[in-house]
Design a protein around this ligand. Structure first.
Ligand code: F6R
Length: 611
């Protein structure tokens, strides 16, 4: 949801800003822009270029402007919230004098009131955005002291905001402000940076400092000062991160999504090896003493991360025998969940920045629960604020549709369920060993499942022109249907729904007509016959069925389904790790055949930092 960057140094600001914005493009790609202070000759206004469309459009425009040069600048990549994607609505925004430029990530909730007040004073606005009000208000309040101006402006704002601010009267600095939205400072060699995410500058420095709530910073090339919103100077610690963000190249693949699907064995292996050694799982934060005192677990997340929770719930309840609830973070935070110090709240997030998940984490902490985060991005807000963190080591995920992070998250959740069961003596030593070995085998089995790639492509060719698709399954097969359906609609733009197979008769079946594609996931042997009955019911009403089952059921299902994809058989609780693979591939290939923008699907952003 928008990415902001800033540079103060001795080299070309536009060059850094464009590169950094490209790394943050996953946060939104409706438009982008940069503002610089041209230090060759002092100017009355900041210089600005902003363009609707991808960052490559901005890059082309900037590269065509020979005089667009400066050593201090800010940049923005936008996911539109207020106002359509257009040049005018793009950031940076300025006030009437053109002296002050602002980039913003977040939402200014009181912008209408502020805008109305300013308009009553005769001030004109150019855009429909909430951000413009920040620039216009700062411009209105400006009295020659840019720090005080920004501070007073920040105090007038309600909502969430990470701001980067530039003023042509002070061409040696940028001012950073943070409330709720993430903002990180990087410290280089005679140059400093700001960004919504470390990946923007991780190739230049590993020294970072995260701004906390209601903090500001004045950043020059050789000096950075920190303040609170009262204007008092504060001390902050600079930390060195040990994080190799991994490659952001396609390495011969046409799309990041396919590359990342193929990287899943490695992602799961690295995630597991970080915590599994000597036939044991190392999770020191969840001790016997602590676990014996909890009576409830909540798994809270958004989108695909939530689907990980839905699949993991089955493993948690079966192995650890503790009541486990899953919740969408956007719902959880507003529905007064019953939480106390006997509740463990697990937050799952690839980015570690999802606004709703972060708010849910804060709510859980506030109510006294212990919080554990399963996060992919090291040093992200959710990782920083939770009581303990288990990182997934999937590496940087570039495609907006998550695949390898999903699989890595799922492997952490199995590991957690198994660890809790062992510590609480809920499973025998033999059972633990069996599950543990199955867990360690997952990377090889995922590799084997990926070998079905060509077959899935052939099936995708057959079904890629359908307009409606239903994914049906029971128990954790249903959890996989939820993820399969989300992935499918997200990248193919074809309507799809996930339904518990047993629920079809209670309404949804009226949507089944001749030619409707139903994808039935039937890997759970106990429920196999029941799901097959549901397949027969939809087929009797004209549906075409693609079945996903385990290898040993191939022949049985072939009698009812039109097409079948098989995965290796493993104990049901871990089966989702394999079943999800063909569904990811199917989504990818259908999107490819429909010529969709696979890595950057329309209207989406990878990191959802606003509500
Ligand atoms: C779907 C997808 C999203 C994310 C969701 C949560 O492919 O990627 O549904 O899973 O936005 O994001 P994180 O995991 O970063 O909190």
């Amino acid at each position: 949801m928008c990415g902001i960057v800033g540079y103060v140094g001795k080299k070309s600001a536009p060059e850094f800003l464009l590169g950094a914005l490209e790394k943050l493009e996953y946060r939104g790609y409706d438009s982008s822009g940069i503002a610089i202070c041209n230090d060759k000759e002092k100017k009355d206004k900041v210089e600005l270029i902003k363009k609707k469309g991808r960052i490559r459009v901005l890059r082309e425009t900037v590269e065509n402007f020979k005089d667009f040069f400066g050593k201090v600048g800010i940049g923005h990549t936008r996911w539109a919230t207020h106002g359509e994607p257009s040049d005018i609505n793009s950031h940076p925004h300025t006030g009437a004098s053109g002296k002050i430029a602002v980039v913003h990530n977040g939402i200014i909730e009181n912008y209408m009131i502020l805008k109305k007040n300013l308009m009553q004073k005769g001030i004109k606005f150019a855009s429909e955005t909430d951000t413009e009000v920040v620039a216009v208000l700062a411009d209105y309040l400006y009295d020659g002291d840019i720090f005080e101006t920004v501070r007073k402006t920040a105090l007038s704002l309600e909502g969430s905001f990470a701001l980067g601010i530039l003023c042509s009267d002070f061409p040696d600095r940028i001012i950073a402000v943070k409330k709720e939205s993430p903002l990180i400072l990087g410290f280089g060699n005679e140059e400093n940076y700001i960004a919504s995410d470390i990946s923007a500058f991780a190739d230049r420095t590993k020294k970072i400092c995260r701004l906390d709530e209601c903090e500001m910073a004045v950043i020059k090339n050789s000096e950075v000062s920190f303040y609170n919103f009262s204007g008092e100077k504060i001390n902050k610690t600079i930390t060195e991160i040990d994080w190799n963000i991994g490659s952001s190249e396609k390495n011969g693949f046409d799309h990041f999504m396919l590359k990342e699907i193929m990287e899943q064995p490695k992602a799961v292996k690295e995630t597991l090896s970080a915590r599994c050694s000597n036939n044991d799982i190392l999770i020191d934060d969840l001790t016997k003493e602590y676990l014996e005192n909890i009576n409830k677990i909540y798994i809270v997340a958004c989108g695909s991360s939530h689907h990980v929770g839905v699949a993991a719930k089955y493993a948690f309840e079966k192995l650890s025998k503790i009541t486990t609830n899953t919740d969408l973070a956007s719902e959880f935070r507003y529905r007064s969940p019953i939480i106390d110090e006997k509740t463990l709240v697990i937050i799952i997030s690839q980015s570690g920045e999802t606004a709703d998940s972060l708010a849910a984490l804060r709510e859980a902490k506030h109510k006294g629960a212990k919080t554990l985060a399963v996060v992919n991005v090291v040093g992200s807000s959710i990782a920083a604020e939770s009581d303990c963190v288990i990182y997934t080591w999937a590496g940087m995920e570039v495609a907006v549709a998550t695949t390898k992070a999903y699989s890595a998250q799922l492997s952490v959740m199995y590991m957690l369920a198994l660890h809790i069961a062992k510590i609480l003596n809920k499973i025998s030593k033999e059972k633990f060993e069996k599950h543990f070995n199955n867990l360690l085998n997952l990377p090889d089995l995922i590799e084997k499942t990926l070998e079905e790639k060509t077959k899935v492509f052939e099936i995708a060719k057959k079904y890629c022109q359908r307009d409606n698709v239903f994914f049906i399954g029971r128990n954790n097969d249903y959890a996989i249907c939820m993820e399969g359906s989300l992935k499918f609609k997200e990248v193919s733009y074809i309507h799809s729904e996930a339904y518990p197979a047993g629920e079809l008769k209670h309404g949804t079946i009226s949507l089944i007509e001749s030619g409707t594609l139903v994808i039935a996931v039937a890997t759970n042997h106990k429920l196999f016959e029941k799901t097959i009955s549901n397949v027969r019911e939809v087929k009797a009403r004209g549906a075409v069925c693609l079945a996903l089952t385990t290898e040993d059921k191939r022949e049985e299902i072939a009698c009812v389904a039109d097409d079948t994809i098989c995965v290796p058989r493993i104990p049901p609780i871990m089966q989702p790790s394999l079943s999800v693979i063909p569904l990811q591939l199917f989504s990818y290939y259908v999107a490819l055949l429909r010529e969709r923008d696979i890595d950057r699907p329309r209207n989406l952003a990878k990191s959802v930092t606003v509500e």
